[in-house]
Design a protein around this ligand. Structure first.
Ligand code: HEC
Length: 241
């Protein structure tokens, strides 16, 4: 009897271990961009497994790049207050407690109620609640440095609300919002994204064509699937759908 129980426990543990190899043991996909996970549009170099748990390089790093590394802030040149948020190593290097968001300095900063102390500092907008929740989960789950996890992107889904807006929030908004928007290009409003798309600039920069400044500045190139989404949305008239 006892032996059977132990045997069952081992079998269950083994099944769970196999399940976890390909799928993190988290309840919902990381909500940072495109959530339609049909497995067909991978852009991860032939690995067809999409990890729907939190993936550092796919889900977390772009938020830091787009919101914290502008000129004068936490990039490798300016190192504001000694913090650099351009890589896993630097993000987790200072005041960072793996497994405990509320003890982690950067988490306190992004959730500070005082707009003068909060990061990103006013007049920049705070991170969205979805981004803050995701960062908290990532830290509390141990702040894993997962990379190359596949993409949660479906190029057949290219509405503004489901695909384009969340993409801009994750990759672009930090440098392209409000009065201080880089080059005056505003990407946290529908009109701003539509204008930059219809005049061709946005696609040229994310395709990283010769002669334009490559975007997202300081970050990895968007996936082929993401670029296709923008292209299809543009071709369909850049609707507010
Ligand atoms: C870390 C900051 C940063 C991020 C993130 C960023 N940009 Fe930029 N962007 C800039 C800066 C700075 C410029 C001005 C570059 C210059 O002219 O030298 C710029 C310029 C642009 C331009 C104008 C290019 C031109 O030649 O007129 C477009 C379009 C643009 N960005 C789109 C995007 C998009 C789309 C994203 C997200 C995928 C993005 N940017 C993310 C900083 C950023």
């Amino acid at each position: 009897m006892k032996l059977i129980k132990i045997g069952t426990a081992i079998a269950v543990a083994a099944i769970m271990a196999i399940a976890c190899q390909h799928k993190a043991n988290t309840p919902s996909p990381a909500n940072t961009g495109n959530n339609n996970n049909n497995g067909n549009n991978n852009n991860n170099g032939g690995n067809n497994t999409v990890d729907t748990g939190i993936c550092f390089s796919r889900d977390i790093l772009p938020i830091f790049i787009a919101n914290c590394t502008q000129s004068g802030c936490h990039n490798t040149t300016d190192k504001a207050d000694g913090y650099v948020f351009t890589s896993y190593e630097t993000i987790t290097a200072r005041g960072f407690v793996k497994g405990n968001a509320s003890e982690t300095k950067l988490y306190k900063a992004i959730t500070d109620n005082d707009p003068n102390d909060r990061m990103p500092q006013a007049p920049s907008a705070p991170l969205t609640n979805a981004q803050i929740t995701l960062i908290a989960r990532w830290i509390n789950e141990g702040a894993n440095n997962k990379t190359n996890c596949g993409t949660l992107c479906d190029s057949n889904n290219f509405t503004y609300s489901a695909a384009i807006k969340p993409m801009m929030e994750t990759y672009c908004k930090g440098c392209h919002s409000g009065a201080s928007a880089s080059k005056g290009i505003v990407l946290d409003t529908y009109d701003g994204v539509k204008n930059a798309t219809l005049n061709g600039k946005l696609l040229q920069t994310i395709r990283q064509e010769a002669g334009v400044v490559a975007m997202p500045s300081g970050g990895a190139k968007l996936s082929t699937c993401q670029i296709t989404q923008v292209q299809k949305w543009a071709s369909a008239g850049a609707l507010n759908n």
